[in-house]
Design a protein around this ligand. Structure first.
Ligand SMILES: Cc1ncc(C[n+]2csc(CCOP(=O)(O)OP(=O)(O)O)c2C)c(N)n1
Ligand SMILES: [Mg+2]
Length: 723
């Protein structure tokens, strides 16, 4: 099985290499040109140009070797396994060629190397173009021969299925699961719950259905260790898990039925994807024997796994219940590796209740993050040391780097600018802390930008201008970011250690900050405070909220006038305490997300703001708040309209449509759910009612009437020049 040559020298190479090598270039190029867009052809040419790096088997061999600690023979065994997949794909359903390609490229390479994701995208695109379409979609008549894990194991007869072992578990002590034990007989549902407990999960936001009964019954038997909260709609399952995840940094878990249940949760998954939030979706499937047959079984969705994969960074089908814990451990590893993000696992209906031998798989160690190249760190430090007016921008990737960001900012005297997710990384009370509004005032003078864990939305989409001669340094854990927005110096690394390394290198070069930077920062903050102070009445409501909300309380925003203004005018003192839907701008996410925040932080105050439009997306969750005693304080600003849309339409078209709302009596609505509800006319009343609500256990609803069209637009401060 194993090939005797060294990694990279394998005669013939893997099928992957053959797929891109075996056909003459011109022929393939013509074929690609005939069938594909210009863009694809360009991509294809790029691949050809960089083939030595991209398609070389050596690259994958090295990557796998580095990640797993396997020796050359072990690596070749893994690759051999990949090639074997043609003949022995480990799922019990007809396969398409595409499945195999996805498996090889995504599963093998990604599992082994979280940083290979850019390559994955390129390779799957290219391979899709190069391989004839009829072959791409052709079913491969293969059936389960033996489960995945057995073929990774060294020295074991590959045709003997182990009960369940983790991918590559036998290969290296560094990847051996913690707490692995001998097999016990249990159902797929029980295996999942045991796996969740092994990962420290203490809450599951779930809405059951016939496919997932086995999971929920197992959860029932573990209810002393894991809390199950069942909201009134699947969207809220995902949002609650999201709130749990973003406010703690720990994975949030939810479960929904397949098909329509998964689709109902999709906006939440998409929002988690945009926020790089570690959220695990556990869903069902039609019974194993029905998968892929298109017969219209209950909740069947064509190629559900493909849909799930589009909404997550990694997803898998649990082919057989014995693999449940292994794949769950892999899901947790993926969710928290590199650039974090949501993951999905789907399990066929019958597997949830099928009893099989399952070894307790335990957990997998975290994938070690890449370490910044010391030469690049020195180069970045040199740029910063020579900078006259440096600026730091932070995003979600810097949430765990608050002390390091602060130290570096103080050493440089550099302003730290955050838009939404990054608010609180440097406390708003710090004189170097800036919102997107006050940061703008310092931008034109900036000569070096240090971007930490951010997509650089602010300069690219919002300010849309760059100071002449600007030099940019980026710290990011995702190598694709450097393809999207290249920088003069790119540090592929985790934010906290890379920022600390940069500060240390800087200290060796320059004793202190450039003079005058703090004064400039203070002046920009003061000037902007005046401008933001004109955003009435929203800013007055925000002052009231800040005055009432304890310092360690959580604020959950929304796509509403008070929400947008909060990005500019709500002081935030700690990272993760300002919860937002980020670039997805998901109307209606706020209240259910806040419920998840509160479940994770039962002893902290949590305030959720919403417009009358957004609130009604998930107002049924007042029932959930009441039933489970989840003490979120919800403030609904009732302006009888999709106010933002109304204003935009009026400005752009001079007329309006589909933006006026006829609302129920929100106070009576809240009361009908058993939630203490009141009306607060004006900021002073709001502050009073908030303080009262925070002083009581349980949820509260405060309705604030706002005159239609009375709100000042915050957009000029968010996107100067208009949108
Ligand atoms: C899922 C989703 N649907 C639609 C929109 C478009 N949208 C953005 S703001 C808005 C109106 C919000 O109205 P409301 O919640 O009452 O807040 P207001 O602007 O009135 O303060 C709409 C429809 C969106 N951002 N997200
Ligand atoms: Mg409104």
């Amino acid at each position: 099985m194993a090939n005797a040559s060294a990694p990279g020298d394998r005669a013939g190479g893997s099928w992957l290499a053959q797929a891109s090598r075996g056909v003459p270039l011109a022929w393939r190029e013509r074929r690609v040109a005939r069938r594909t867009s210009r863009e694809s052809l360009q991509l294809y040419r790029e691949l050809e140009a960089t083939r030595p790096q991209l398609s070389a088997v050596a690259r994958y061999e090295q990557v796998i070797a580095r990640r797993t600690g396997l020796d050359g023979a072990g690596v070749r065994q893994v690759l051999q396994h990949a090639e074997d997949s043609f003949a022995s794909w480990p799922v019990e359903r007809p396969l398409r060629f595409r499945d195999v390609v996805q498996y090889l490229v995504v599963h093998e390479c990604l599992t082994a190397d979280a940083s290979a994701v850019g390559t994955r995208t390129r390779l799957t695109t290219i391979i899709a173009e190069v391989i004839p379409r009829d072959l791409w979609a052709r079913p491969l008549r293969t059936r389960l021969r033996y489960p995945i894990a057995s073929r990774y194991s060294r020295g074991r007869d590959p045709t003997t299925p182990p009960a369940a072992s983790l991918v590559m578990t036998d290969s290296s002590p560094s990847t051996a699961p913690a707490g692995a034990a001998s097999p016990a007989t249990m159902t797929g549902g029980e295996a999942l719950v045991a796996g969740l407990l092994a990962h420290g999960v203490d809450a599951v936001f779930g809405l059951p259905g016939v496919q997932t009964y086995g999971l929920f019954d197992a959860l029932k038997r573990a209810e002393d260790r894991v809390r199950v909260i069942c909201p009134r709609h699947e969207q809220s399952c995902a949002y609650m898990a999201l709130g749990y995840a973003v406010s703690t940094g720990r994975p949030g878990v939810f479960s929904v039925v397949p098909g329509p249940g998964l689709m109902n949760a999709a906006a939440g998954l998409l929002t988690a994807y945009g926020l790089n939030a570690p959220v695990l979706c556990l869903t069902g499937e039609v019974p194993a024997a029905w998968i892929g047959r298109g017969r219209g079984h209950l909740h069947e969705m064509p190629d559900q796994l493909a849909v799930l994969r589009q909404l997550t960074k990694w997803s898998a089908l649990i082919d057989e219940p014995g693999q449940a814990q292994a794949l769950l451990a892999l899901a947790f590893q993926q969710m928290t590796a590199g650039r974090q993000g949501p993951v999905g696992l789907e399990m066929p209906w019958d597997h949830f209740t099928k009893k099989v031998p399952v070894a307790a798989a335990g957990t997998l160690p975290p994938v070690p993050p890449p370490v910044a190249d010391p030469a690049a760190v020195s180069e970045a430090a040199r740029l910063l040391a020579a900078a006259r007016a440096p600026m730091i921008m932070v995003g979600g990737g810097a949430l765990a780097a608050a002390p390091e960001v602060r130290a570096l900012a103080e050493a440089l005297g550099a302003p730290v600018v955050a838009f939404r997710v990054g608010l609180g990384i440097l406390s708003s009370e710090h004189e170097l802390s800036h919102t997107i509004a006050s940061g703008r005032a310092l931008w034109d003078d900036t000569d070096v930008l240090l971007a930490i864990g951010t997509r650089l939305e602010i300069p690219d989409f919002r300010w849309r201008s760059k100071p002449a001669g600007l030099k940019t340094i980026r710290i990011d854990i995702d190598p694709r970011e450097f393809e999207r927005v290249p920088a003069e110096v790119e540090l592929l690394a985790d934010a906290a250690p890379a920022t600390a390394a940069l500060a240390a290198a800087l200290a060796r070069l320059r004793p202190g900050p450039q003079p005058g930077r703090r004064a400039a920062s203070r002046a920009a903050r003061a000037a902007t405070e005046v401008a933001v102070g004109r955003l009435t009445p929203q800013i007055e409501f925000l002052h009231a909220i800040r005055a009432a909300l304890p310092r360690d309380g959580y604020f959950v925003d929304e796509m509403c006038q008070v929400g947008y203004t909060a990005w500019l005018g709500l002081p935030v003192y700690e990272p993760r305490h300002f919860v937002t839907s980020g670039y997805q701008g998901t109307l209606g996410y706020g209240f259910p997300t806040a419920l998840g925040v509160k479940v994770a932080h039962p002893d902290r105050a949590v305030v959720s703001v919403a417009g009358d439009g957004g609130f009604m997306f998930a107002c049924a969750e007042l029932a959930t708040a009441a039933q489970y005693g989840i003490g979120v304080t919800l403030v609904v600003f009732d302006n009888g309209s999709f106010g933002n849309v109304r204003r935009d339409q009026q400005r752009a078209f001079g007329r309006r449509i589909a933006s006026d709302l006829l609302n129920p009596d929100f106070v009576r609505l809240g009361e009908s759910f058993g939630v203490p509800s009141c009306r607060a006319e004006g900021p002073a009343a709001l502050e009073r009612e908030l303080k009262a609500a925070f002083g009581r256990p349980g949820p509260a609803l405060i309705v604030v009437p706002v005159e239609r069209d009375s709100e000042a637009s915050p957009w000029e401060l968010i996107i100067p020049g208009g949108r």
